[in-house]
Design a protein around this ligand. Sequence first.
Ligand SMILES: C[C@@H](O)[C@H](N)C(=O)O
Ligand SMILES: C[C@@H](O)[C@H](N)C(=O)O
Lengths: 158, 158
Amino acid sequence: KVNVVSGVTCNKDEVKFTLLGVPDKPGIASKVFSELAEVGINVDMIIQNIHYNDVNDITFTIDHEDFEQAHSILEELKDKLNYRELISDVNVAKVSIVGAGMSTNPGVAARMFEALGRGEVNIEMISTSEIKVSCLIEENEADQAVEAIHNEFELDEE
Amino acid sequence: KVNVVSGVTCNKDEVKFTLLGVPDKPGIASKVFSELAEVGINVDMIIQNIHYNDVNDITFTIDHEDFEQAHSILEELKDKLNYRELISDVNVAKVSIVGAGMSTNPGVAARMFEALGRGEVNIEMISTSEIKVSCLIEENEADQAVEAIHNEFELDEE
Ligand SMILES: C[C@@H](O)[C@H](N)C(=O)O
Ligand SMILES: C[C@@H](O)[C@H](N)C(=O)O
C-alpha cells in the first residue's frame, strides 16, 4: 500500500538558539541571519510565532559544530539588536515525518502529534512544509519518539 | 546562471489562527489537529515556538473557505484544551521563496528577510524547510513583499 508518510528522520546533532524579545519591526530578522551567513554558518530551521506587544522571539537550529561561533556572534549582537535574552539548547533533537501526500491529507500531522503524545513526548516546537512536519523535542526522548512514529505509520513493515 | 532561488510564491487566500496559552504537555497538539482533520480541514502551516512557563502558543493556517468551521471547532475546544485565548487573522499572506540549493547556502533566508526589511515589510511569522522559506505578513503588504524579493533574487530576468 502507498504510505502517505515515506519516512521518519531524527537529527540529534542540531542545537537551537532563541533570541527572546527582539524588536518586532522590519529589518531585525535580516540582521540576525546575515551575521550568521557572513561567517558561513548554515541555518536549518527558523521559527518565529506570534508577537507580544512590540517584541517577538526568533528560534533557529544549526549544527552543533557551529555552536561556539554562533553563540559569540549572537552575544555581540545584543546591543545592536536590542533583544532581551539569548537562550541556547544543545539537548534538542529534530524529529520529522516526510511524505509526498501530506499537504492534501488532513490528519497526517495530527497522527504524528498523537504518536508523540502516546509516547509521552512533549513537543517543544513545530515547523511544517508541504512535504515535512518537524518537531523539536528533548534529545533524550528522541528514540521513543521515533519508535512511536514508526508504529503509528507502520513504517517498518515490508 | 543557476539561481539558488527558483521562485517566489504568495498566497493571500490563507487565514491564520493562534491558540494562545495552551498547556505545554504531551497530547495537546494532537487534540487540536485531530479535531480539524476529523472534519476534513486541510492545515497548511503549523508554527510553535518557545514556551513560557508551562504554556505555549500554536499557530496554523488554513484556506479561507474553512474559516467559519475551524473557528467554531476551536471555540468549542476551549474548555477541553484549557487555552487562554483564540486569535484569528484573515488579513494575512504567506510569502515564500523556493529553491533546491537553499539548505547548503547560508544567507538565502537572510537575503529574503533583507528584501522584506528594505521594503519596510514586517515579518510576522517565519517557518522554514530545506527547500522553502515562508514568511507570514500583512496581506496589504504582499505585493510590495513579492516585488522586493523578485528584485533581490533577480527573478524576472530571462
Ligand atoms: C521579529 C522580526 O522578524 C521582525 N518582525 C522583522 O521583520 O525583521
Ligand atoms: C503545546 C503542545 O505542542 C504540547 N507541548 C504537546 O506536546 O502537545
